[in-house]
Design a protein around this ligand. Sequence first.
Ligand code: PBG
Length: 328
Amino acid sequence: MLNLPIRPRRNRRTAAIRDLVRETELTPSHLIYPLFVHAGSEEQPIESMPGCTRWTVDGLLKEAAEAHALGVPAVVLFPAISDRLKTRDASEAWNAKGLVPRAIRALKKDLPTLTVITDVALDPYNADGHDGLVSDDGRILNDETVEALCKQALCHADAGADIVSPSDMMDGRVAALRSALDAADYADVGILSYTAKYASACYGPFRGALDSAPKFGDKKTYQMDYGNAREAEREAALDEAEGADMLMVKPATLYLDIIHRLRTRTTLPIAAYHVSGEYLMIKAASASGWLDEKKMVLETLTGIRRAGADMILTYFAKDVAKWHAQKQ
Ligand code: PBG
């Protein structure tokens, strides 16, 4: 026998003891469910994201209701806009009768306790597929875009959105959104800012879902360079000073260090977005039976929480909530 008075394995001996000492929990209450919606009359399976659907407004209500009943507190909406409504000024983004306002109204009427978050960015509506307005010579225009984002956010607030979530990465948009919302008497509407959104290869499947890939160039003049971490702290300081209520890091698993860094730098709640490509990596590897999907999802999402995320946006939200219900 070794002379070992200290044996860490004692705390791992039974499931009950392991539960007692577990440091990080993953429950449905931490999850935000991203949902795609379109104006058509049939549900459309999304080819680039197996297991995900472009919902009709009715289908969206049903899916959100099921997730909410299982304990998921919030959804975030992404619209697939028909090509004929995509313009260079992206004005469909603030059409009060548009798809997103209709979806918000329907959700808030049917499910008043569900928190409805909306994405604020122009890419689903922009003929160029960029998050911002594009000048004739192909530059992404910051200040003009911020003005457009304010109109979009007010349109979502008018329809009843609880939280708006700017994913565009323009400079100064959090301050502008806050003052536009406050001036319109929407002091209660929160801002979940995409603080550190990296120019990532992981968004491909999502762009397939919305047909929103940029028509020229890439998003590197506004989304962050994946070599940079200090820059995320700079963005976080700005967003906090500008009045963001929550900060987001995106993607999640390739950026656990960024989540952790922001956790040590801010007292604000932190969200992490487990994005479409991260979803697809698990889906594809488990479809072949090479990885166990449920185990992968739980380990991945718990890891994101352990890194410091309070909330996780994940396409697996409903699955996790189901597994959680089965365990109870
Ligand atoms: C765009 C936006 C993107 C995602 C959320 N909002 C894609 C992009 O920046 O091109 C990606 C989400 C995902 O991949 O799951 N405003």
